[in-house]
Design a protein around this ligand. Structure first.
Ligand code: ATP
Length: 462
């Protein structure tokens, strides 16, 4: 049904952060947190479709890390750890950003990111660019949130909300290595949820938030193999993003040069995505060497090394770490999927998400919502499909509006019961991307949908 002349794609520049924020709000993916009190900068709540999309991203990541491999196990560690962990890891002394204050506009900026910030008095300028700007010297500011364990703040002990999940893995190395009977190379993925950073740079929506769900995997290898595995994990992670449809034109690998490397790292590459704010880090892949295991061995007095029970061979493994937050992934996939086009003189906004990521897999719709026979057929199909798939039923309003609503949340397929359904028990299936429609027998819909969700998918966006 889709003649080429009906389509007029809009340009790449149509995707702005404002449009993504507005779609997220309109369709209930993401809300500013505690909004009725005026919100809180860099903090967000996730609505129904946002939660479903996050669940799908996490599930696909876990599949690739654990289900499809034999050498990675999962772990879920606490958010509040013994504070000595953060002394040993170097975070108490060194997890800092250099900050400058402007005495004129009273705003605070990251000294190393001034070229991305906006002057408080004249937002079209960078801090320091106007004659009114009066910046202080840079001071180091620790990004860890502090709190107190114990009933009285003065006598309780100071603890930190973890700024990364990796340390929970390192301090459990001995437990896991012994119990999982693993020999390097093997990995431990921490799936325990949130990390916290007292970021002062305004957020760019979900890109930089105060709390984020980190997905980190520490891969322990014999020291001589570290570089090979570092390269392998870069390739693995790029392949994962491509598999779920992120466009090659918007994904690149950037290797850090020597001055940029963290204190623990001997090599790091950022997988960068071309966000509307420019090329920025989506995921980091670091060769952390043996820094963390050695630090924790020294500070805790517990030897963290691998010992071969048979041969007695022992060594401190080196560690390769792919680390990303669900929030940066969420944002990258939404931006990559967002599209606007004019179809038969009407504009539509569509999220071209990979079907395996889409929050809702299919919509089931009676063509006319007030026709009881069509409603009965559509409801029966919906009841059957919902046993296996996350599907939505909708019979309210004009069919065109219902399709548009599903397009905006990225639902890849819509099954519609119409007059012909009553005659021959077939429904139409509408493809979100091509808008092509075909008829399917009702009894074959569940199998068809299962197959369609497993099919390889490439973004039709240029
Ligand atoms: P940046 O330089 O952007 O602050 P980083 O290099 O400090 O990031 P890492 O410490 O390497 O980040 O953290 C690993 C991953 O965690 C990042 O690649 C990113 O996906 C995510 N991440 C880090 N900080 C935040 C944040 N404040 N909000 C959302 N995600 C974050």
């Amino acid at each position: 049904m889709s003649g080429d002349n009906l389509f007029r794609p809009m340009t790449e520049h149509a995707v702005t952060m404002e449009k993504i924020v507005s779609l997220c709000r309109r369709r209930g993916f993401v809300f500013p947190s505690s909004e009725i009190y005026g919100g809180l900068g860099s903090s967000y709540d996730y609505g129904h479709y946002g939660v479903l999309l996050k669940n799908n991203l996490r599930a696909r990541w876990l599949e690739a890390m654990v289900q499809e491999r034999e050498d990675v196990v999962v772990l879920d560690t606490a958010i509040i750890l013994n504070p000595r962990v953060w002394e040993a890891s170097g975070h108490v002394a060194g997890f800092t950003d250099p900050l400058v204050d402007c005495r004129h506009c009273k705003l605070r900026f990251r000294a190393d990111k001034l070229d991305e910030e906006h002057c408080g008095a004249r937002p079209s300028k960078r801090p320091g660019e106007t004659e009114l700007c009066d910046l202080t010297e840079a001071r180091q500011f620790n990004l860890m949130f502090e709190t107190t364990v114990g009933p009285v703040q003065e006598t309780g002990s100071k603890v930190y909300l973890r700024p990364e999940t990796a340390q929970g893995i390192f301090v459990n190395f001995k437990n896991v290595a012994q119990l999982a009977r693993r020999k390097p190379p093997f990995g431990i993925a921490n799936v325990g949820g949130k990390s916290f950073r007292n970021e002062i740079t305004p957020g760019n929506f979900l890109f930089r938030v105060l709390e984020f769900e980190q997905m980190e995997m520490e891969y322990f290898v014999p020291p001589a193999d570290a570089d090979r595995w570092y390269r392998t994990w870069i390739d693995e992670r790029v392949a994962w993003y491509r598999r779920y449809g992120l466009r090659d034109s918007h994904l690149r690998v950037r290797e850090h040069d020597a001055e940029e490397l963290s204190h623990y790292s001997s090599a790091t590459s950022d997988l960068e995505y071309h966000y509307p704010i420019g090329w920025s880090e989506l995921e980091g892949i670091a060769n952390r060497g043996d820094y963390d295991l050695r630090q924790h061995s020294e500070h805790s007095g517990t030897k963290l090394e691998w010992v071969d029970a048979g041969t007695g061979e022992r060594f401190v493994p080196h560690v390769i770490e792919p680390a990303v937050s669900l929030e940066r992934m969420f944002l990258a996939f939404l931006i990559d999927a967002y599209d606007e086009e004019v179809v038969a003189e009407r504009e539509r906004t569509v999220l071209r998400l990979h079907p395996a990521l889409a929050p809702v897999k299919a919509a089931v719709l009676p063509l006319i919502g007030k026709n009881e026979d069509l409603v009965a057929k559509a409801r029966a199909l919906f009841e059957q499909l919902r046993k296996e798939f996350l599907v939505e039923y909708d019979d309210s309003g004009a069919i065109g509006r219902r399709y548009r609503r599903q397009d905006e949340i990225g639902t890849p397929f819509a099954f519609t019961a119409d007059e012909q359904t009553l005659v021959d028990s077939t429904v139409t299936v509408r493809d979100r991307d091509s808008l092509a429609q075909e008829r399917l027998p009702l009894e074959g819909v569940a199998d068809w949908l299962g197959d369609a969700l497993r099919r390889e998918w490439r973004s039709p966006k240029a």
